[in-house]
Design a protein around this ligand. Structure first.
Ligand code: GLY
Length: 418
């Protein structure tokens, strides 16, 4: 059973269903894409007790958790108490994502490279500190804020206002009880995710994601509007360096702190002209990173997940294809602001012949038509021998799909070939 209903979860369901070890895949709540492969269960990802009940009823052998919220609420601990195997870190280990303060303290204590910054639980002290900083100023809410908790303020005034929003007006609720105020670092961002059983760390293909809604990184942040992998600027040698300096030490640090970490560890990295810094850790698969990396995985995903669960990841050779993927998110017009849903999606069959289509905000109507039901509707992924070929495929097929108000960026992965 895959928990979640986005394109990341559709990708996981698609990949898991390819395993000869899998008879049936459930998704909770899933979307129209997962319904075409397996069975959807109408349970919210945060309804941990209902998920446990359903897992027992359906005799599910393995639960794979997509989003951070159920992990942070302790879904893995709860399922474990019911003797239901679950892939993902425990509630305590998820702190590496659910508390930026926890992650920063861990990095500083264990010498994991990260930006310089300061932690505040008093808004008075944070306001005073900001006065001494030169913009841009990076402010991060401590807790989970649906990917919107990191703010880059371009001026003192903006920084003071954003700090008040987070710590006083509590726009992110208790996630803003503490903040991290960081130096602004310039470089290229890359996501390096790894499977880990708490001892062995096996990195995946690196990937890049695009967060801003508009071309050339203009406009507000989204939950992720496109991505590609592997990036040409992040060589295998750099990936090795990041694994040895960041991912492995983080897993070792968690074990030393008495909080063993198992699952996927996601490092959000910044490649500056001097070093690789850790901007954040996440405790799960990425979205849209999963859509542009898992299609390149040659090893059976179930074998990997079981090796993580059983603690023998060192026994498995994980193989990836040398191809590349480019993924473009097709969104509802207006997203990430307000948008309308309920529009029929046309042209899926045609495009599916040439590209992969992972659903997010889609719903299967009683009439068999697939309708839009969210802000991010589909991720279309082109797979090719290189980024240029993958990109060409996806942009050639995007016009085949139509729904009212459909929006997508035109420049995903363009910087890799321009
Ligand atoms: N790609 C951003 C995330 O998964 O959090």
């Amino acid at each position: 059973m895959v928990v979640g209903g986005g394109a990341r979860e559709h990708t996981l369901v698609w990949k898991l269903a390819q395993s000869p070890r899998v008879d049936k895949v459930f998704a909770a709540p899933g979307n129209a894409g997962t319904a075409s492969i397996g069975q959807n269960l109408n349970i919210a990802p945060t309804d941990i007790e209902e998920l446990g009940k359903a897992a027992k009823q359906q005799d599910i052998d393995l639960v794979v958790v997509g989003p951070e919220a159920p992990l942070a609420s302790g879904i893995v601990d709860y399922l474990d108490s019911l003797n239901i195997p679950a892939f993902g870190p425990t509630k305590a280990a998820t702190q590496i994502e659910s508390s930026k303060v926890f992650a920063r303290n861990l990095m500083e204590k264990h010498g994991i490279p990260c930006p310089k910054g300061a932690i505040f639980s008093s808004h008075h002290e944070a306001h005073e500190y900001i006065k001494q900083q030169k913009p841009p100023i990076v402010i991060k809410a401590d807790g989970l804020a649906a990917g919107k908790g990191a703010i880059i303020a371009e001026s003192q005034e903006e920084a003071q206002k954003k700090l008040s929003d987070i710590m006083e007006a509590k726009i992110f609720g208790s996630a803003g009880d503490k903040v991290l105020i960081d130096e602004y670092v310039i470089g290229k961002e890359v996501s390096l995710l790894a499977f880990t059983d708490g001892k062995t760390v096996v990195p995946m293909v690196p990937a890049c994601d695009y967060k801003r809604i508009g071309d050339n990184d203009q406009g507000p942040n989204t939950g992720g509007i496109g991505g590609y992998g592997p990036p040409g600027f992040f060589s295998a040698e750099l990936a090795d360096r990041a694994t040895n300096a960041i991912l492995l030490p983080a897993v070792k640090a968690m074990a030393e702190e008495g909080i063993p970490y198992k699952g996927v560890l996601y490092a959000g990295l910044m490649l500056t002209d001097r070093e690789i810094l850790t901007l954040e850790f996440n405790a799960r698969f990425g979205d849209p990173e999963s859509q542009v990396t898992l299609p390149l995985l040659k090893t059976d995903l179930v074998d990997i997940l079981m090796a993580v669960a059983e603690g023998n990841l060192d026994q498995l050779k994980i193989q990836w294809s040398d191809d590349a993927c480019v993924g473009v998110v097709m969104a509802s017009g207006g997203y990430p602001g307000s948008y309308k849903t309920g529009f029929p999606i046309e042209g899926l069959d045609k495009a599916e012949k040439d590209v992969l289509i992972f659903h997010a905000g889609t719903r299967l109507g009683n009439d068999g038509t697939i309708y839009t039901s969210g802000g991010r509707v589909l991720t279309m992924v082109g797979v090719g021998k290189n980024i240029a070929e993958a990109r060409e495929k996806v942009y050639a097929n995007l016009p085949d799909i139509y729904f009212e108000g459909c929006y997508y960026r035109k420049d995903i992965a363009l910087r890799e070939i321009a």
